[in-house]
Write a protein that binds this ligand. Sequence first.
Ligand code: F6P
Length: 321
Amino acid sequence: MRIITVVSGGDAPGINAALYHLALQAVRHGDTLLGALGGFPGLLNERIETLEQGALLPWIGLAGTYLQSSREPVLAQPAGRAQLAEVLARHQVDALVVFGGNGTLRHIPPLLAELGLVSIGLPTTIDNDVPGTEATLGFFSACDFAHRTIDGIRATGHALQGRIFTMETLGGDTGYLALEVAHSAGADVALIPEMSYDAAHVAARLKAGIEQRGQALMVYSEGLPGKQALLDALPVLAGIRIRDTRLGHAQRGSTPSHYDRWLAAQMARHALTSLHEGRRSGVICVEGGRIVVRDSLIGMPPRQPDLHLYNWINALPQGDT
Ligand code: F6P
């Protein structure tokens, strides 16, 4: 088979590892693996190269994507879709493997299916907000990056007692990343865009953290409504200066974790096996810790943050599960 890989939307740690594993699998299956440089716009402009395992190997431990990506919605218009079909026919492509997050994987595979094109989607985003899968490629690496930063913050927090630290994670308008990190770091407060909060309660939680262990930590997601007003109000409410850290895009560019490399290998293996079994459309998902291949994400309920976890971290009522 001639298979082309395309990365669409935000990059995520683990994509390069998945590309390497796709190249390995392609050799086993006797396939030719192609890559589109610069997402779907690059593909329409025929920026296409053959992907070889030797060239991809040095990239396996790096975040980002060797192929580069794009957020430009070039397939939204019929002309773009027609051009895509032409380009793929000209390059005798039998199937696409598409890396993407929530936006890409909800919209692109149905468009490709309408065009009669064979495709497999790989959920890749540090936000972990793709419906139908428990884990997306890149999420756990982004969590690890946050933990390394928190470890550093806590070291200085031990040296200089009595401080309140706040840390912003990426996550767009979702809070999975912030909630997961806050929980496993034992933060005093986790604030996410999906839930409202009370500034006085937040300040009281942070002050209690200082009394209990000499320092306090709040983790919040970048899309939190009113975040700047809250950061301005907290020193007044708590009577203590706030030290704020923002992870920014460095979090998205963090070193792929073991789990994400495992997931990359699994996704690659299942993607090519599915294509050789004759699957015409699918998305590689994780359910109960195992890989499942779904026909599509259509009808999958949007992911909801764990309300009980949120309440438990923030010591709010109904949080005792
Ligand atoms: O890809 C997901 C994500 O990293 C979000 O967490 C973040 O809000 C967004 O992308 C940032 O997008 P951009 O790189 O276009 O600024």
